[in-house]
Design a protein around this ligand. Structure first.
Ligand SMILES: Cc1cc2nc3c(=O)[nH]c(=O)nc-3n(C[C@H](O)[C@H](O)[C@H](O)COP(=O)(O)OP(=O)(O)OC[C@H]3O[C@@H](n4cnc5c(N)ncnc54)[C@H](O)[C@@H]3O)c2cc1C
Length: 490
């Protein structure tokens, strides 16, 4: 074990379950069904499935014993039944864009690569819904819907990588959550293969109604369950008509607190923007270094506010926002010219890449990167994160969705340097604790995976034992994605 791995055991992720040898008879059954084209067993193939977009899985990858690629719900049932029969883990995986190692095995087993199940089965514009398979990429779905004037408006930064099934499993959000909410708000029903191999529909199996008060909300239970309760094999999703026009307001403040005050005043002015984004001084400096042509002024904070609607309404609302902001900052600009709107957005869109340029020969690492706090405490939280980064001597730019209190801190370190890795893990631990102290949560949208189960008891108290009881009831053998989301003593 390297010093880094030892440190992670001490400071970071919860320990994983024990790995056992994979039964040859199980492999034979899978080969008979999926071979030779839809099964992977070679080491070089399995390595590709041993990590995702998370920093933790780069430090602690986890190999599956075998990967299968189902085409149908029946294929998924088959694989789950093999896992149950031989009591081996089964791990759903889709875009592998998650930041928390959700699709990375902790104890080997069968990885279920769902990307071949990527069809749109029905588009029903009159009833504002689509029926699709889980492996379709969010951007691919929207590319089919946008020419029709519709979209699935949840807008993760990973839209070109994340699948709709993965977004449901992680209850993803994005920059437009302030107005459009999270993925949960768009699920009308899910087809699920349970750990027993049984198939159910949440929502009403035969209903196309947009609302229902019938039965327990099982959709809410499976959304955000990160593949630990069952495999999503079909999704009925609500879609919305696209607003024809957009406007963007940008403003710069000398004090972080003024960005918080501006946010309060925008809401109190009766305005709900479609995005309300904050960047701190370090983030502004990073963007200037990466894209000098954008020439952002030096400031303690930048706000970017997007308005959507009909053209006349957009102009009126953007002007109202600019008027509110003018009482707090002399540096306010607004535009509803599509080209200028695109340019103003670039400052925020290049943020992820810009963060990595803060320090030469270093990489941006996602750890402690996704806390959410009450909106009113966001400026204070950003100030505290800057102090934590300074205390541990690690570079950090911070930005986030201030409209919904979601903070993204981007540490920049040399990951080959054990000492820097040690310090960034300590800093990230303090950021998670900060989130809870601020009355917030350790993850606003990226989820728990194997990176954050150790915070669940503190965050959820007695409710954690209810989650554990649900897990035992639906997955008594503990085969569904073990070692993720919630700590299980057994
Ligand atoms: C550059 C970048 C930007 C990002 N921006 C955002 C953002 O703005 N907002 C946001 O919320 N997230 C963001 N993310 C995180 C990530 O994209 C989301 O968590 C996304 O929902 C993961 O989808 P996926 O298809 O990649 O799932 P995977 O990473 O493959 O899997 C994620 C989890 O879902 C489970 N799972 C996947 N498919 C199924 C299924 N069919 N049934 C049951 N369980 C399943 C897996 O077991 C795993 O636990 C970003 C990531 C990157 C790399």
């Amino acid at each position: 074990m390297t010093q880094t791995e030892r440190r992670i055991e001490e400071t970071g992720s919860a320990p994983g379950p024990e790995r056992k040898p994979f039964p040859p008879a199980a492999l034979q059954e899978l080969q008979d069904r999926f071979g030779p084209d839809r099964i992977l067993t070679a080491e070089w193939d399995l390595i590709a499935y041993s990590y995702d977009a998370s920093f933790s899985s780069a430090l602690r990858p986890g190999m599956p014993d075998v990967v299968v690629q189902p085409d149908t719900t029946e294929d998924v049932v088959f694989a789950v039944q093999v896992a149950a029969k031989y009591r081996v883990p089964i791990i759903p995986r889709a875009g592998a864009s998650a930041m928390t190692g959700g699709s990375v095995p902790r104890a080997g087993g069968i990885t279920l690569d769902l990307r071949r199940m990527n069809k749109v089965l029905e588009v029903d514009l009159d009833n504002l819904q689509v029926l699709c398979e889980p492996g379709i990429i969010h951007d691919t779905l929207n590319a089919q819907l946008l020419p029709l004037g519709f979209s699935l408006p949840v807008d993760p930064g990973s839209t070109k990588m994340a699948t709709v099934g993965g977004m449901v499993a992680n209850n993803s959000c994005g920059m437009r959550a302030v107005r459009y909410g999270s993925t949960l708000h768009y699920i009308l029903g899910l087809e699920i293969v349970l750990a027993s191999g049984d198939i159910i529909w949440t929502g009403s199996a035969n209903s196309k109604a947009l609302q229902s008060a019938s039965g327990m909300n099982l959709t809410g239970l499976f959304c955000g369950s990160e593949g630990t309760l069952g495999v999503i094999t079909k999704l009925r999703m609500k879609i919305l008509p696209r607003s024809p026009a957009r406007g963007v307001v940008t403003t710069f403040f000398d004090r972080l607190e003024d960005a918080g005050e501006a946010t309060r005043q925008i809401f109190r002015g009766g305005i709900i923007p479609s995005a309300l984004e904050l960047m701190d001084r370090a983030a502004i400096q990073a963007v200037n270094k990466y894209r000098p042509d954008l020439a952002l002024p030096d400031a303690a904070a930048m706000l970017l506010i997007e308005i959507e609607g009909l053209p006349a309404g957009v102009a009126e609302t953007a002007q109202a926002v600019a008027k509110i902001l003018a009482t707090l900052s002399p540096r306010v600009e607004w535009s509803d010219d599509p080209q200028r709107v695109a340019t103003l957005w670039q400052a925020r869109s290049v943020m992820g890449a810009a963060a990595g340029t803060v320090k030469p020969h270093a990489t941006r690492v996602a750890t402690g990167e996704d806390i959410a706090v009450p909106i009113s405490r966001m400026p204070e939280t950003l100030g505290q994160i800057a102090l934590i980064a300074e205390k541990w001597g690690v570079g950090c730019t911070t930005y986030g969705h201030i409209g919904s209190g979601n903070v993204h801190s981007a540490f920049v370190i040399d990951p080959r340097n054990d000492d820097e890795v040690d310090r960034v893990l300590k800093a990230s631990e303090e950021i998670h604790e900060l989130a809870l102290a601020m009355g917030g949560t350790v993850t606003g949208e990226h989820g728990v995976g194997f990176v954050r189960p150790q915070y669940m008891a503190q965050e959820h108290g007695a409710a954690l034992s209810v989650m554990q009881a649900i897990k035992r009831a639906l997955d008594p053998l503990g085969i569904m994605n073990p070692g993720k989301l919630i700590p299980m003593e057994d």
